[in-house]
Design a protein around this ligand. Sequence first.
Ligand SMILES: C[S@@+](CC[C@H](N)C(=O)[O-])C[C@H]1O[C@@H](n2cnc3c(N)ncnc32)[C@H](O)[C@@H]1O
Length: 334
Amino acid sequence: MNTRQLLRSIPTSSKPRISSSIRCISSSSITAQIPNSTATSSNNAAGPSLTSSQGRTTHFGFKEVPEEQKETLVGSVFSSVASSYDVMNDAMSLGIHRIWKDSFVSSMLPKLPPSLHQNPGTSPIEVKEPFKCLDVAGGTGDIALRILDRAREKFGSRDIQVEIVDLNQGMLDEGRKRVAKTLYYNTPQITFTHGNAQALPTHIADSSIDLYTIAFGIRNCTSLPAVLSEAYRVLKPGGRIGVLEFGKVSNPLFKEIYRQYSFQFIPIMGKILAGDSESYQYLVESIEKFPSQPEFAQLMRNAGFQTGQLREGKGGAWTDYTNGIATAWTGVKA
Ligand SMILES: C[S@@+](CC[C@H](N)C(=O)[O-])C[C@H]1O[C@@H](n2cnc3c(N)ncnc32)[C@H](O)[C@@H]1O
């Protein structure tokens, strides 16, 4: 079943009316569509609990769906867009996503001194433990490849490994094809695992990861606290988390232009370039439903991460790119 068929299968009572014009979508109308009392001013930022799915609903873009259906719906979106994902990313963001990802990876890997990947108490000649990264919702490998390239080009290091975890086999397959064209192919530096951010595969042990990244993936997950709690579990003490996601634009004029662009052009572009407007309609709606910068930083703190102050910029919990279209939140496991 494709995304359109799946959406049609949702009972009408659980489908809120979506206006064709975003001018008609006010935040209060969005909130009113969320039956749970967990809804906040912008969305149900805390997310529903993974364990109490019975009878509960969650958002899938602007639609309200039974919690247990969300992963299937998200899966169908990414199965549909997998083969055109990279082209669409460039088209939708005018290539700017590359700059965001480069900046994000540079900030997560500012340096790679031997101390970062050496076992404590060993000399550099002894066998070193590689620096272990987990790129969750890693899709086609955009972040993983940037991490490996940066370590090699900037620090001359190949003692670094990235495991990509993604829920969608189609995205993983596209990632594998892409890695096959690189010098990391068939090396232990990059591996692909089919798995869920909310319940990571069991071979990823507690306190085993140095760096956890998730880029443009967490907003698709049913429970943000579950994802953050898993990230906390697998990171080593002192390990870092970086979340790159669409943020809230701060400038009111730019915000309006951006919303018009997102809602009017992206689904049309999806139709033209990928033959699928519904999936891209979901992607823009899911951006609207994601928590604001301080709300998400608070969720990271609630999960146990140390963050900067609840503000943007140096010493703050997040960094905005392009006026907040994208945002990088960072934290450390205490
Ligand atoms: C927009 S893509 C981002 C891919 C890549 N990180 C990038 O920045 O280009 C979102 C990815 O999240 C994955 N995803 C969605 N829900 C997930 C979940 N619960 N666990 C793991 N991956 C998930 C999708 O399959 C998809 O590959």
